[in-house]
Design a protein around this ligand. Structure first.
Ligand SMILES: [Zn+2]
Length: 167
């Protein structure tokens, strides 16, 4: 069963469909969590959130799990969306279209003014590359996320991978 307003949608489901046969069954409405205990604590912090903007999802998740950060630090190359000074890590959350996410269904080059769009997108990609290089050479760990990795089907794995990278 899908929950449209849930940022992690589709991962919680009723163990049984309500129907006449099982309505006397005490387990009638028990929710089944398909995740293991390890990821559940992370999930719980996400359930409360209704703001599904990709950056907000990552911010809320990090905050709920005890990570503290600065936002859009202008002093760093590329003005990273999230900066975790304690972990010397920055996170960029990039739109698939504007940052030309290769082999991604959300990156479709428009059929009109194609050259102009490609120019723009390739410019963004070149900037991303340059900024990441600068950050890495200053010993920053760089996590580059594309928005498609924060869609309901993928967000849990993505957020868990951030934790692994921060450890
Ligand atoms: Zn993408």
């Amino acid at each position: 069963m899908q929950y449209p307003d849930s940022p992690f949608g589709g991962e919680v489901r009723h163990s049984k469909k309500p129907n006449k046969q099982n309505h006397k069954n005490p387990y009638f409405y028990i929710m089944t969590d398909v995740h293991n205990k390890q990821t559940r604590s992370y999930n719980m912090s996400r359930i409360k959130s209704k703001d599904t903007k990709p950056e907000m999802l990552v911010r809320r998740f990090l905050f709920a799990n005890g990570f503290r950060y600065r936002l859009h630090d202008k002093k760093l190359p590329g003005k990273p969306d999230i900066v975790l000074p304690k972990y010397k890590t920055v996170i960029f959350i990039n739109g698939c279209f504007w940052h030309g996410h290769e082999n991604c269904k959300y990156f479709v080059v428009p059929k009109t003014r194609t050259e102009w769009w490609l120019d723009k997108i390739n410019g963004n990609k070149a900037n991303d590359k340059k900024n990441i290089k600068l950050l890495k050479s200053a010993n920053w760990k760089v996590i580059q996320l594309f928005e498609c990795a924060l869609k309901p089907q993928k967000i849990n794995a993505t957020l868990d991978s951030i934790i692994l990278k921060l450890k």
